[in-house]
Ligand binder design. Sequence first.
Ligand SMILES: [Cu+2]
Length: 91
Amino acid sequence: MEKKVLINNKLLIKINKKKGKKMSKVTYSVPAIHCQHCVHTIEMELGELDGVETVKADFNAKTVEVEFDEPASEDLIIGTLREIEYPPEVN
Ligand SMILES: [Cu+2]
């Protein structure tokens, strides 16, 4: 008999992480980062997305490093950065 388990995404991501499932990690160049306030805003906004595990914005390097898994996606992350007016440089 199949066990019925209801589980939310955040919990599932944590469980997958414990199992050693590899998360996606991307680094974007974000030229609009110009101070620590920008860093804070980006980390807050991306950190709120379901599936985003870590966000590290770097003021000196002007980069944003994101570790994520489903349901987050690169499209979602890039779209969010554009929305909050920190568009990443992507080809
Ligand atoms: Cu700033």
